[in-house]
Ligand binder design. Structure first.
Ligand SMILES: [Zn+2]
Length: 248
């Protein structure tokens, strides 16, 4: 199993960082968590077979987590006709919008190959290879029309948590509680909506091999603060950069 950080920037791209996107590979099967980066381009550049993409999971429909989905789905619709996957987003309106934009420029989406599904809390995917549970977060609580989720993923004998974006200042005890009640192999979180000190408050309760921090704003100030925490707790703290990989 392999986790590749396709995009590690916060809401705005940087010189050497795309916005949020992660690639999880289990044997030949490809799963994408968020598409803030140009995922089609990056997968092709890395020599990945798009036919192996089984599912794309969107934590929330802010475009730094979602913009690459339009291009990916469009390409798979009109050109890569052996692809077959499901796109998961919490927003029904986003599905209608994606369909409208794609069908305005090309042809009708092939709903047999490319499925788009609006999910809510609970187990949203289980293909016998990975199992994905969506856990609500308070990131978008300022706007009750839209929703945000973390993903807890079990694959082979590994456990992973992608927190997605969390609440401002981590208010409301928003770090997903699943991180405290079982051992994780990897937790991927953010540090754009709160200070490193707010994240550190949760660290003593985490039971994980690796805590990867991405989606960091104000990096000149925050990354050194985060780096000072490495070694303080019983896990590796990875300040992930684009193209970093974790092999399990
Ligand atoms: Zn967001």
């Amino acid at each position: 199993m392999n986790l590749t950080f396709l995009g590690t920037s916060h809401g705005v791209p940087q010189a050497d960082r795309y916005c949020t996107s992660y690639l999880l590979e289990v044997e030949d099967n490809l799963y994408i968590i968020d598409t803030g980066a140009p995922v089609a381009d990056l997968l092709i550049r890395k020599g990945k077979d798009l036919n192996n993409v089984k599912a794309i999971f969107n934590t929330h429909f802010h475009h730094d987590h979602a913009a690459g989905a339009l291009h990916f789905i469009d390409l798979c619709s009109w050109y890569f006709k052996d692809t077959a996957f499901t796109y998961f987003t919490p927003e029904e309106g986003a599905i209608n919008a994606l369909r409208g934009v794609i069908e305005a420029s090309t042809t009708k989406l092939d709903d047999e190959r490319i499925k788009m599904t609006a999910y809510s809390a609970g187990v949203i995917y289980d293909d016998g290879i990975i199992r994905v549970e969506a856990i609500p977060t308070k990131h978008t609580s300022y706007n009750p029309i839209i929703s945000s989720y973390a993903f807890y993923i079990e694959a082979e004998d590994k456990k992973l948590l992608f927190t997605g974006d969390l609440s401002m200042r981590l208010e409301g005890d928003d770090f997903p509680a699943v991180a405290f009640d079982r051992h994780m192999d990897v937790i991927v979180t953010e540090c754009a909506h709160f200070e490193p000190a707010a994240l550190e408050a949760y660290m003593p309760r985490l039971d994980t091999d690796i805590l990867a921090v991405c989606h960091i704003n104000d990096i000149e100030r925050k990354i050194p603060e985060l780096e000072r925490l490495n070694g303080k707790y019983d896990f590796e703290l990875l300040i992930a950069e684009d193209d970093d990989e974790i092999e399990f």
